[in-house]
Unconditional design. Sequence first.
Length: 261
Amino acid sequence: MATTLLCLDGYAVEGGLDGRGRPATCYAPTIALGRHEGPGEAAGLWTRYEEVLDAAAGLGLAGVALSVEWARVEPSPGEVDGAALVRYRAAVEHARSLGLLVTVRLVTSAWPSWLGPEAWVLPWVVPHAVAHAARVADALGDAPTGWVVFADPAGLVAGGYLEGTRPPWRRRARAEAALARRQLAGIAGAVAATGIGPRLVEARTVELDPVALARARGGRGELHVRSLVRGAGPSASARGLLAHDGRAWRVEDEGLVALVR
């Protein structure tokens, strides 16, 4: 039976990204053009991760799949925000102190704008991605219980090059999709050859939906469920288990709690 972890998709929940004077992601150009809303302050979890993690532990959840946002850590090439890495480590260590498992996801749906919208078909991006993984692994050390390089590699390819639902917003670009698939696999392989390789986990991601959960229950590895908090912006999940009512974090749907424990 797969271990079930609830996702904390950083870009959608943290706030402080893709705003004026804030770290910019691959979504910044289309946000500026008014094609869709950005995440804004989202759920404000950059300063409130501990509250949500406390709530998750109180519900008896096994753990979380926490995204480290590359654009926040390296907003410009070679410009590393050490304070951001310290903050991520504090969040992971707090979760572990509560007995929660923590799988860190290195790349989700957003990446730094300086990589360009076509990042996953550009060979020069590969060493940057491997360096990002090594940097985060060094900063977080043994605090995480597991690692995932790409949270949803199939979604990056299909959404970006076949369906036009995420950067670079291409449709039916089959040759580029095949190239991106190979490059993502190459990056994952290169990261696996580093020190965190033995702690890379096999994971599948599903939505917080009873039917999807029932279908995905079998198998090994980890099941990452979107999401512990729904978030905001173009990568927000369809549902969130927890929401803030102005005073505290509350369960959105009690019937879903038993399904994700």
